[in-house]
Write a protein of this length. Structure first.
Ligand code: TPP
Ligand code: SF4
Ligand code: MG
Lengths: 338, 615
């Protein structure tokens, strides 16, 4: 990471001159806004940011950021971004993808990116639908989803992106929601601060093809009972008056009412370094009896792939200093013809 | 009976045995020694497709052919003068290639009932005399001789028996009058930690040599004089290794960091292996999760300012198609290397073929032209790799480099180049001077090359976005305008075509007009050149042109082709270059097409030419 810059940026500095072309009301707008709002505060030179994306509505994102950007082909952004970061560890690399782009056609690249722990930041816009191709079901759509390609309802179980990421060896998984601007800004900053691959799932409303997919978690009337805001080191409390919590019943997370029977001391305390808790939380995704965990589920330190490459190279150079390809060309059994 | 010495111009030896018999290693040692002795040479390894085919089976036979000569030669030879067959399966597979009068040397110990049955022999060919009418057969119990030689060593009989390939090697060294020293030195280095293994192999080597010297079975030894090669310092080089050196040389001369994104596949993997071992040169290699990630990671590295390479074989190229299109439209420098093998699908992974030319030309969606060049010999792989890198960064374009299994694993003596004498690769990254009215213009082109500027992320004020959607000329913004699209399609094509303007005049071997021109590309170069030499000696009006560049074709080619009554194009495919030549120049070229997983022979080409000329 380069030392912090003296230049003071504003949101405008991160706004490109290209007209934004998402449908009016699309959740992508908010994500763009929050990103443009927090980037000036990350304390890094603007020219060091690179946005890489695949294909989808979400993947248009780089065109609107006034940074270096590469809008690539469907599903391959993780591999392109890996090449960028491995060749240039000095850059801050961001990867924007969708539920189809990152988990269907690009699922293989996503899991390999995570296991390698390359230091880049994944923003997965999950609208549980294929937006750009006009509304087919996606690998995160719920079973029974009726779309043009599944007129009688989809049959396959969805992926749970955070569980998948954790299983692939992610060192940072978090979730936020398009409508929660402040929280999203925090999550973007936390992603940036994590060294290693950070995997941020963003619940994003596609108001054209899957409107209301997350309304349960965003509607004023319901959200306090349906969302569990995660805070590291604090008991898992939720509900309108903070009157509910998560308690482990054996190994099963269970909702309890705080009051006569249970108090805060009985609740599970979030620890973002605890794999078991992260695993439990990620499995609480969209279950009928538990609230939706939102926030940083898991964050641990681990060596990054590009650092390991760099150290292999530097020790090889140390062992054979000043060598060049000419030495290799000259080596082996040689003879002279006069 | 005394042993006579006979001087010959050229010899072809084929070592064949079970995969476990160490034939590649034996061939490799014979090659190194032959190189140092000063002969010209050319080699052709022939690997079995199965890694662990059952011992003694036909599928498990591995072979290595070397031709060496006191003359300048171009191919590893059509037919072997000597076949070394370490077991019945090896004899079965290769005997039909040995011409009448040829020599066959066998390890009789391996001709036991089990192996004979596996090879499909009803009776032992070494005993039933079926071979003796046609060949000079030496049946030697190599296994017993080696065990005799090593009997006082503290090694299991199984390990001792593994040295029998060195026995065969020693015998061949004696027959062709080559020194043992370089092999002994090599063994000492290779097995430095296992002195008993050095000892058993050295004893086997000497036992083989002495067998020739002391028994009176062999009546003749052969000598092959030094070849009259152009002066210089030489080494022997294998194609994939030469190619790796060419890439590294390009990195050094361009002062760019080399990035290889690759996924293992035969016969390209050795490039990945070689470059991965050169970390001390600062080379970054990335074994990706698949070929798509191989090329796209490389493209990411290209975007970031590295000299980006991806290596694979035909099936991998099929997977890389979409990403090559992305490289075409984003106009990033990238070298895509296809070490061709037999297809379609998995095809013949260990055999050679030239059947991916159409894939290289047209295997992408949309109008997506890529410069294509091909290597002609193992040593040439160095120069084409360097050239591919030079063109990629100069014109800001992906470049396709074609080699094949025969070139990749074959070897030849090679003049050690001084990389300072190679053409320069000057890379100038974009800077403030590329800013127009306060805006960086990523598609504002160089007027001569039509290359767009290469702006490295991290450079102040050059923030810009590229991508796979059609670009507006100059600004690079997303643009759907029909006129702009038509213009950009034509511009990308013109940029590739413009490369022809810097190609040297086409080299014609022989007269510039005549009865027949042999036109070749890729690995058939040697056979075509040998055939032309023989035909010219025979008084035929035949010439040869070999193409390094297939896209674009040289500007002067059309004018040369029409000076010949016939144009013959030998290819290891069903006719791919010929389609391009016919389409481009409207001439009635004739194809010579064999797709057998092995090089076309010079003899086949000569026969074909003679038939055409007789008509
Ligand atoms: C190789 C390839 N296959 C298919 C497509 C068509 N396609 C474009 S985007 C897309 C799905 C996008 O869904 P998602 O990643 O969820 O993005 P969203 O539009 O929802 O943001 C598909 C199938 C394509 N562009 N390329
Ligand atoms: S289709 Fe959906 S995801 Fe795409 S821009 Fe419109 S609202 Fe947004
Ligand atoms: Mg989607």
């Amino acid at each position: 990471m380069s030392e912090s810059t003296q230049v003071k940026y504003t949101r405008k500095d991160f706004t490109s001159d290209q007209a934004v072309r998402w449908c009016p009301g699309c959740g992508d707008y908010s994500i763009l806004t929050q990103t443009q709002k927090v980037f000036p505060d990350l304390g890094r030179k603007k020219e060091e940011f690179v946005f890489i994306s695949g294909i989808g509505c979400s993947s248009r994102f780089p065109y609107y950021m006034h940074t270096y950007g590469f809008h690539s082909i469907h599903g391959r952004a993780p591999a392109i971004a890996s090449g960028v970061k491995i060749s240039r560890p000095d850059l801050s690399v961001w990867l924007v993808t969708g539920d189809g782009d990152g988990l269907s056609i690009g699922g293989n690249h996503t899991i390999h990116l995570l296991r390698r722990n390359i230091d880049l930041n994944v923003m997965l816009f999950n609208n549980r639908i294929y937006g750009l191709t006009k509304g087919q079901y996606s690998p995160t759509s719920e079973v029974g989803k009726v779309t043009k390609s599944t007129p009688l309802g989809s049959l396959d179980e969805p992926f749970n992106p955070l569980t998948l990421a954790l299983g692939a060896g992610a060192t940072f998984i978090a979730r936020t929601i398009d409508k929660e601007s402040k929280h999203m800004q925090e999550m973007i900053t936390e992603s940036y601060n994590h060294k290693g691959t950070s995997f941020l799932e963003i619940y994003q409303n596609c108001n054209i093809f899957n409107d209301g997919a997350f309304s349960n978690f965003t509607d004023r009337d319901t959200k306090s009972d349906t969302v569990l805001w995660l805070k590291d080191g604090e008991p898992m409390v939720f509900g309108a008056d903070g009157n509910k919590g998560i308690r482990l019943d054996g190994n099963i997370p269970t909702v309890v009412e705080l009051g006569d029977k249970w108090n805060k001391d009985d609740l599970l305390v979030h620890n973002k370094k605890d794999y078991m808790i992260a695993s439990m939380l990620s499995n609480m995704t969209s279950k009928p009896d538990t609230p939706e965990p939102i926030g940083v589920l898991y964050a641990v330190d681990a060596p990054t792939y590009e650092d390991n490459i760099a150290s292999q190279i530097s020790s090889a150079v140390k062992n054979k200093p000043k060598s060049s390809i000419q030495d290799i060309i000259n080596s082996g059994d040689t003879w002279v013809v006069k | 009976m005394s042993i006579s010495k006979k001087q010959v111009d050229e010899v072809v030896i084929r070592f064949a045995g079970d995969s476990g018999d160490g034939m590649q290693l034996t061939g490799g040692r014979f090659t190194e020694t032959t190189a140092v002795v000063g002969n010209d040479l050319s080699t052709l390894p022939d690997f079995p497709a199965e890694i662990r085919a059952p011992a003694g089976s036909l599928a498990g036979v591995s072979a290595f052919q070397i031709k060496f000569s006191s003359k300048d030669i171009h191919t590893p030879g059509d037919v072997p003068d000597v076949l070394v067959a370490m077991n019945p399966a090896a004899l079965k597979v290769h005997q039909s290639d040995v011409p009448p009068g040829g020599t066959i040397i066998c390890n009789s110990a391996a001709f036991n009932p089990r192996n004979l049955k596996l090879a499909g022999y009803d009776s032992n060919p070494l005993e039933d005399k079926t071979l003796d009418d046609y060949f000079t057969v030496y049946s030697i119990d190599m296994s017993r001789m080696v065990s005799e030689a090593c009997k006082d060593l503290d090694l299991s009989p199984k390990l001792v028996d593994r040295s029998k390939n060195f026995y065969a090697l020693g015998l061949l060294f004696w027959m062709y009058d080559r020194p043992l020293k370089s092999t002994e030195d090599w063994l000492a280095k290779k097995f430095a930690k296992k002195p008993e293994i050095i000892e058993s192999n050295v004893r086997a080597l000497n036992a083989g040599y002495n067998y020739g010297e002391t028994t009176e079975i062999f009546t003749t030894r052969y000598t092959v004089d030094k070849a009259n090669l152009p002066p210089g310092k030489y080494r022997n080089v294998v194609g994939n290794y030469a190619l790796s050196m060419g890439l590294a040389a390009a990195a050094e001369r361009s002062k760019l960091e080399l990035f290889l994104g690759s996924y293992p596949i035969t016969p390209a993997s050795d490039i990945l292996h070689t470059l991965s071992a050169w970390k001390h040169l600062g080379i970054k290699t990335f074994q990706a999760e698949d070929e798509i990630a191989g090329i796209t990671s490389a493209l990411g590295a290209a975007f970031s300012g590295s000299l980006a390479i991806t290596t694979t074989s035909g099936p991998g190229i099929a997977l890389k198609g979409e990403a090559m299109g992305l490289a075409v439209i984003t106009e990033l420098p990238l070298v895509v290397i296809n070490v061709q093998r037999g297809g379609p699908s998995t095809g013949l992974p260990t055999k050679t073929e030239q059947s991916d030319l159409m894939q290289a030309m047209y295997g992408r969606n949309g109008e997506a032209p890529m410069p294509i060049l091909a290597s002609s010999t193992p040593g040439d792989c160095f120069y084409v790799a360097y050239e591919a890198c030079r063109i990629a960064v100069k014109y800001m374009t992906p470049v396709m480099l074609l080699t094949d299994g025969y070139l990749a694993n074959g070897s030849e003596p090679w003049i050690v180049p001084d990389i300072k004498e190679l053409p320069p690769i000057d890379v100038k990254f974009a800077d403030k001077s590329n800013i127009v009215d306060g805006q960086f213009m990523p598609y504002l082109r160089n007027k001569d090359t039509l290359a767009r500027p290469w702006a490295k992320p991290g450079t102040e004020n050059l923030e810009h976005r590229i991508g796979g959607i059609e670009k507006e000329d100059v600004t690079g913004n997303v643009n759907y305008d029909p006129e702009n699209h038509h213009f950009m399609v034509k511009t990308r094509a013109l940029k590739v075509q413009n490369i022809a303007n810097e190609l040297p005049p086409t080299d014609v071997f022989g007269e510039k007009s005549g009865d027949l021109l042999i036109l070749s590309w890729g690995g058939t170069q040697g056979a075509c050149r040998s055939a032309t030499e023989a035909l010219v000696n025979d008084g035929k009006k035949v010439s040869h042109i070999h193409l390094r560049w297939i896209n674009p074709l040289p500007n002067d080619l059309g004018g040369l082709l029409i000076k010949f009554k016939h144009v013959l194009i030998p290819e290891i495919n069903l006719g791919q270059l010929i389609k391009i030549i016919r389409a481009e120049y409207l001439i009635d070229a004739i194809g010579l097409n064999k797709v057998k997983g092995k090089p076309i022979s010079s003899a086949e080409i000569q026969d074909n030419v003679k038939k055409i000329l007789e008509k």
